[in-house]
Write a protein of this length. Structure first.
Length: 422
């Protein structure tokens, strides 16, 4: 993930919004699938009000949250259209789409994530500036988190929302609980020299992964910091203009985080490992079989779904002479290369769930991206909707739901869910 100013608030990627609809409306979202073999897992294509619709998170019970928007105006370089927050509620046959309510004066909203109870968290655009909020379980009410003008809601976890307050020069992070109580994420030696502190992942009420940014201009650097019950520890990897960005998993409730990137100790070196056990915790190097390995950074700069609740980690062994880039699983401390099949040029592991279940994405010789469920050495295809191609894999829950994004020839983007067995 990247720790440069304000990137953490843009974890929705390039999808930033859509038109405003104040009332919640439930509509059926059909399960659209291409013709599939009996073994293949069919997709559920989620409905969207505008052509650019994205799902940014899925809860443990299968609730998806995201946004919808029209394409950006062609006559405004770098512009964007207003955005509408959405939630998709699982049913036995598919999903129901709900437009999350917007309070009076809000003209747009982005969504950052969803809690265990299906409450979304995000940021409104108002005349007074950005307003971090959380939505109720019903999706019909919003509750302000912090003052207007805050940078936004940067992370959502089980019953908690993290807000960054400040600007591009300085900023602080605060954790908000469902009961309204707050915790300032500050005051430790690892955070003392940072000009911006932002929360990027929430593992629980007292467990947060922070990004600590220091320096300015080309000298800007960022470190990942684990916060646990008021104590902190820095991870060994660093992000900087000169060496690139570290890649990080979302933080687990016990404070574990997987990472890859560069360490300076005393000379730069590429590493991949897991910080286990919170604060102070221990660093565990992952074996690579003599190759270079990476978790693969998110294009939006957010944490990756590459560390499972049972400690399994996934990533990629990079291409080497005579060896294509290959998906990898680390389980119980051992490296398991997941292979590259005939007709494929590379594979990567995009997400992992407990039990060593992996979402593997293969690149074919034609350049197409085909997702699979990999478990115990067996691949099961995740069928793509007819006329759509894979854009990204977002998350894989322990219950077996896979959230991704697909795109058609017209450039439309939609969320897609596959239901595998938990």
């Amino acid at each position: 993930m990247t720790f440069y100013p304000r990137n953490a608030a843009l974890r929705v990627g390039t999808l930033l919004g859509g038109p405003v609809l104040a009332a919640a409306v439930l509509t059926a979202s059909p399960a659209t699938a291409a013709q599939a073999s009996p073994q293949a897992i069919p997709p559920i294509l989620l409905a969207g009000d505008q052509s650019q619709t994205g799902g940014v998170d899925i809860s443990s019970t299968g609730v998806v949250v995201g946004i919808t928007q029209a394409p950006p105006p062609a006559n405004i370089p770098g512009g964007s259209s207003p955005s509408t927050p959405l939630r998709w509620l699982p049913t036995p046959d598919g999903y129901l789409k709900q437009t999350l309510s917007l309070p009076a004066g809000a003209t747009s909203a982005t969504v950052t994530g969803v809690t265990d109870l299906g409450e979304a968290g995000g940021t409104l655009t108002t005349a007074a500036g950005q307003q971090p909020v959380r939505w109720s379980v019903s999706g019909l009410q919003t509750t302000a988190l912090g003052p207007a003008g805050s940078a936004g809601t940067t992370a959502v976890g089980a019953g908690h929302w993290a807000v960054e307050t400040g600007d591009s020069i300085s900023g602080t992070a605060t954790l908000y609980a469902r009961d309204g109580s707050t915790t300032a994420l500050a005051g430790t030696p690892e955070l003392a020299g940072a000009r911006i502190v932002t929360a990027v992942s929430i593992g629980g009420p007292d467990t947060v992964l922070l990004g600590a940014i220091s320096g300015v201009g080309m000298g800007t650097t960022g470190r990942a910091v684990v916060w646990r019950s008021g104590a902190t520890v820095s991870l060994p990897v660093i992000s900087a203009f000169s060496i690139g960005s570290a890649c990080l998993s979302a933080i687990q409730p016990d404070g574990s985080v997987a990472y890859s990137g560069v360490v300076i100790n005393p000379t730069p070196a590429q590493v991949i490992g897991v910080h286990r056990g919170g604060v102070p915790g221990t660093e565990v190097a992952l074996p690579t079989g003599g190759r270079t390995a990476t978790l693969g950074c998110s294009p939006a700069g957010g944490p990756l779904d590459v560390l499972a609740s049972d400690g399994s980690v996934v990533g990629q062994l990079l291409a080497a002479p005579g060896q294509p880039a290959e998906a990898a699983l680390w389980r119980n401390g051992a490296l398991v290369p997941l292979g590259v099949a005939a007709g494929e040029t590379a594979t990567t592991a995009a997400a992992v769930a407990s039990g060593g279940r992996v979402i593997l994405v293969a690149t074919t010789a034609a350049g197409a991206q085909q997702p699979y469920l990999w478990a115990n050495g067996v691949r099961v295809p995740l069928t793509l909707p007819a006329g759509w191609t894979l854009r990204t894999i977002v998350k894989f829950t322990d219950a077996g739901a896979v959230l991704g994004a697909v795109q058609n020839a017209a450039g439309d983007i939609r969320p897609v869910v596959w239901r595998t067995r938990g």
